[in-house]
Design a protein around this ligand. Structure first.
Ligand SMILES: [Zn+2]
Length: 133
């Protein structure tokens, strides 16, 4: 359920962004996902496809850039990969005052639109057509 609410928020973020206007449907969304963000990638992919249904993202692919967790020790400056579950004790001085450098990312970093994929030129999704009733 956690992943579902994230997926819904992502779809909302894309559909409401100025970048989504005038470009037709979205064919792919690129996401930076930190190892320590607490999100299961497969589960998020599944929820994302459900959340996309009926929106301009219908059928869009979710591309995930995995960001490994890294921590840095305050006192001695050592830096290491935290792994999962994260090791937050300094392997060099055994200090417990590590700060997380990266690994909590959950951020949309790019969109791909179908516009650039259409080669025949029959449709021009850049202009939105409004049907008059
Ligand atoms: Zn240290």
């Amino acid at each position: 359920m956690h992943e579902m609410s994230i997926a819904v928020a992502m779809v909302e973020q894309v559909t409401e962004s100025p970048a989504a206007d005038g470009y037709g449907t979205v064919s792919a969304v690129r996401l930076r996902l930190g190892e320590l963000a607490g999100v299961v990638a497969d589960s998020l992919r599944f929820c994302f496809s459900l959340a996309c249904a009926g929106t301009v993202l219908d059928g869009a692919e979710l591309l995930i850039d995995h960001v490994p967790g890294r921590a840095r020790c305050g006192p001695c400056g050592a830096e290491w990969a935290t792994g999962m579950p994260p090791q937050l004790c300094c392997p060099q001085c055994d200090g417990g005052r590590a700060e997380l450098v990266q690994g909590r990312e959950l951020q949309i970093v790019g969109l791909r639109h179908t516009r650039s994929d259409t080669a025949d030129g029959a449709a021009h999704p850049a202009s939105v057509q409004v049907k008059e009733s």
